[in-house]
Write a protein that binds this ligand. Structure first.
Ligand SMILES: [Zn+2]
Length: 424
């Protein structure tokens, strides 16, 4: 059935970077014809879990899969291992590409509002209504179980649940009944960064594929491919901490900022000096987004160390950047809460501050980070660094515990200033 020539559709699974362990596991399962019906794809955000789930579906459902020798493509498989890749040309491959494959079901929290007839859901959880409507059915409401129906195209059915940790316990329990007797030709993939939030009974019935953070080089290569300069790509890769998805999102944010600023400038030019009352007019975005925020925050910290700026300056900069971070988050995801987005922004700024303090210590020890954060003029007593880092980390942890963010910011930056002012 499989043809023996060709390179495979755009590489299939081979397009997922840095996850050879998971790819090898799936390829071996397919080769042995023992592909599990329930999978848990677990690992950090933005490292390719969802993408590999899609590639697995594409491969299994392809009408004419291509076989090619591994030949070093997947480091953990022998050179002559026959990789199975989708053809990219059959009706199934085309339907997936067009987003219209009848046997591929992608369950995301965007579906919540469709199933939430009361309109009360804030889109923060996957409720039992979503799981029943999309997968298990509900005899009480005469809803059929999609997972029990025959595959339209006869090559299995895939159900991919993104952010599976958002499933409420009743939703997980509804799913559990299906997992106990999985329909022969159905595959369920739970994609999550937090598997511990799933019921242990669900976890124990699923095969685990673990995903790891990506090396900076992989992230940098992708960003460079999108036209980013080497210097910016290196900084963004460092900030993204092994998450390609995060790095790409931030890179796209930078483009969004350029668009918004250009439109705002055009509106302003059109309306003369009149005050702009547009809904987006109140957020002024710094060109360069997180790259600029990071560089400016680092320079502010350097000024604080040198005694040339005050705690309130640093707090003001963090609040401003967190506001911009939240503004971008809201443009991207209308289901996000503005308050939570701002807290996330402050948490990122605290992470960056902690990294900057750590950089100063590395600098002092003569073992600098490969991508040094800017601002190394002020003389810093290295003995203080652990306390400064602990203070930033503590603020990062507290921001989610409903602390008043303004007070927390003021107190944290004041603590840094106080530590730096103590004569050594
Ligand atoms: Zn195909």
């Amino acid at each position: 059935m499989a043809s023996q020539c060709g390179g495979g559709y755009l590489g299939g699974m081979l397009n997922v970077q840095g996850q050879d362990r998971a790819i090898a596991q799936l390829q071996k399962s397919m080769r042995a014809q023992r592909l599990g019906h329930t999978w848990l794809f677990a690992g950090p955000m933005g490292v390719g879990k969802f993408k590999l789930a899609m590639e697995l579906a594409r491969t299994v459902m392809c009408d004419r899969p291509v076989m090619r020798a591994n030949d070093g493509a997947v480091s953990l498989l022998p050179g002559d291992f026959p990789l199975r890749l989708p053809c990219g040309e059959c009706d199934s491959c085309r339907a997936i590409e067009a987003g219209s494959h009848p046997d591929l079901h992608i369950i995301t929290r965007d579906l919540i509002r469709y199933h939430d007839k009361g309109g009360k859901s804030k889109g923060t959880t996957l409720s039992i209504d979503v799981i029943r409507g999309e997968i298990t059915g509900d005899p009480a409401q005469n809803k059929e179980a999609k997972i029990a129906k025959r595959a339209f195209r006869g090559r299995g059915k895939f159900f991919i649940i993104d952010e599976a940790e958002l499933m409420e316990p009743p939703a997980q329990n509804a799913l559990l009944k299906t997992l106990e007797e999985p329909p022969a030709e159905s595959y369920l993939i739970l994609v999550t960064p937090s598997p511990q939030e799933l019921l242990s009974t669900i976890r124990s019935r699923a095969q685990l594929a673990s995903f790891n953070v990506l090396p900076d080089a992989v992230v940098m290569q992708e960003l460079a491919g999108r036209g980013m300069s080497q210097e910016d790509a290196a900084l963004l890769a460092r900030l993204a901490r092994g998450s390609l998805g995060r790095a790409v999102r931030w890179a796209e944010d930078i483009r969004t900022i350029d668009d918004k600023n250009a439109k705002a400038a055009a509106r302003k030019a059109k309306s003369g000096a009149e005050a702009d009352e547009g809904e987006e007019a109140d957020t002024k975005f710094t060109p360069g987004g997180i790259l600029s925020w990071t560089r400016e925050l680092c320079l502010q910290l350097d000024q604080l160390v040198a005694g040339r700026s005050a705690a309130s300056d640093v707090a003001g900069a963090i609040a401003k950047f967190a506001g911009e971070y939240a503004g971008l988050q809201l443009i991207r995801d209308r289901l996000t809460s503005a308050d939570q987005a701002k807290r996330d922004g402050i948490a990122w700024m605290m992470t960056i501050a902690a990294e900057w303090f750590a950089d100063r210590l590395r600098h002092g020890l003569g073992t600098p980070h490969a991508t040094v954060l800017p601002g190394i003029t002020g003389a810093l007593d290295y003995g203080l660094v652990p306390q400064l880092i602990a203070s930033a980390r503590s603020a990062e942890a507290q921001i989610d515990m409903n602390a008043n963010d303004k007070i927390l910011l003021a107190a944290t930056t004041a603590k840094w200033e106080e530590l730096l002012r103590v004569p050594s």
